[in-house]
Design a protein around this ligand. Structure first.
Ligand SMILES: Nc1ncnc2c1ncn2[C@@H]1O[C@H](COP(=O)(O)OP(=O)(O)OP(=O)(O)O)[C@@H](O)[C@H]1O
Length: 346
């Protein structure tokens, strides 16, 4: 399977009656730096059901990682976080440190690119994977070691690797260890922030397939963050596109990728045309300019200085998300609105 071929995650829609596992409302994140306030995330609303998959796409600096870190309260101290984050109906921003520690392994876990550098160089791999299992679950050492073997097999590594030290593994193998650790306590939500980007194409496909299987068979919710819209569209049911800290489009992944409503989504999709997709041919390639400095955002629609179909009013009119059909929202004046969707999270 190629990284962009559909995994078991793509087609399945979760039960619409279940309560959201993740509920993010009006999330705003502001860093306070030497240059002043940096509004990295502005008014983001997202929901994710158990067994569902949501991709978050956008160029570097649009706020994807800030959003991911906020979900488990991992942002640097002093960062202002406003709005609401609920996981399993618990208020993450308001929970005790003890509850948060439990949530971080057993409730939700995060894997990010470069997380492999977080491995302890002096401990064997097996011990590091077993540690959270022993800490959070009432299991014997033998049972934990058995789980370590299963996890290593799941991420495509031989079980004898449990006896290796991190320096004996390649970067890709270490990243797979981080994914095994994220899965160790069977979390209900996995946040994968560019988790497979550094892996070679075969291993990437294998890990994506594993994540898809966990979603389909165990009802795990997956929030997958990447700059690569094609990988997200193949592995997620829904897709949110972020620009300058805001969600500018959200809808079924296939539709956002092949029939984007927001010109920014279109430009992003054309940067990653799927092989053999006739609809991808003839689309504009690439996008001029750079994303705006969050500390000095343009007026109106923040995308207007780069927009290929800009209207005169785009420079002065802020554009909230508007519904464009039952399951899609987009923040563009050119999108024919079917209803107000400021709070909509289809
Ligand atoms: N600790 C921090 N202090 C100040 N500003 C920060 C900090 N972390 C991120 N930022 C700024 O916040 C904005 C959003 O960054 P973020 O890392 O969330 O974006 P991203 O979309 O994940 O980018 P990338 O794909 O490159 O990781 C950027 O302008 C970034 O410079």
């Amino acid at each position: 399977m190629s990284p962009t071929s559909p995994s078991p995650a793509s087609p399945a829609a979760p039960s619409p009656t279940s309560a959201p596992l993740l509920d993010v409302r009006d999330l705003a994140i502001t860093y306070h730096g030497a240059r002043g306030d940096i509004p990295a995330v502005r008014g983001v609303n997202l929901t994710l059901q158990p067994g569902d998959t949501l991709g978050i796409a956008g160029e570097s600096g649009c706020g994807k990682s800030s959003l991911a870190l906020a979900l488990l309260r991992l942002l640097p101290a002093g960062t202002t976080v406003e709005g609401q984050i609920r996981i399993d109906d618990e208020d993450v921003l308001d929970m005790s440190w003890g509850r948060l520690r439990a949530l971080r392994w057993a409730g939700a876990s995060i894997v990010f690119q470069g997380a492999m550098h977080a491995l302890n160089p002096v401990h064997r791999i097996g011990r590091q994977i077993a540690e959270p299992i022993l800490l959070h679950e009432k299991v014997s050492e033998a049972e934990a070691n058995q789980r370590v073997d299963e996890l290593l097999t799941q991420v495509g590594l031989p079980t004898w690797r449990a006896r290796s030290y991190p320096h004996e593994l390649s970067g890709g193998q270490r990243q797979r260890i981080m994914i095994a650790m994220a899965l160790a306590c069977s979390p209900r939500l996995i946040i994968a922030d560019e988790a497979t980007t550094a892996l070679d194409v075969m291993i990437q496909a294998q890990v994506l397939e594993l994540l898809g299987t966990l979603v389909a068979e165990r009802g795990i919710a997956l929030l997958m963050i990447s700059h690569d819209l094609s990988v997200l569209s193949a592995n997620c049911r829904r897709l949110a596109v972020m620009y300058a800290g805001q969600v500018v489009e959200l809808g079924p992944a296939g539709k956002v990728f092949t029939d984007p409503l927001h010109p920014y989504s279109g430009a992003l999709a054309s940067a990653f045309p799927s092989v053999g997709d006739p609809a991808a041919r003839g689309r504009p390639r690439g996008l001029g300019g750079d994303p705006p400095d969050p500390a000095a955002l343009p007026s109106g629609c923040p995308f207007h200085p780069r927009c290929p179909v800009v209207l005169p009013e785009c420079a002065s009119t802020p554009v909230p998300l508007r519904a464009a059909g039952p399951d899609r929202v987009a923040a563009c004046l050119r999108v024919e609105s079917t209803a107000d969707a400021t709070r909509s999270t289809p």
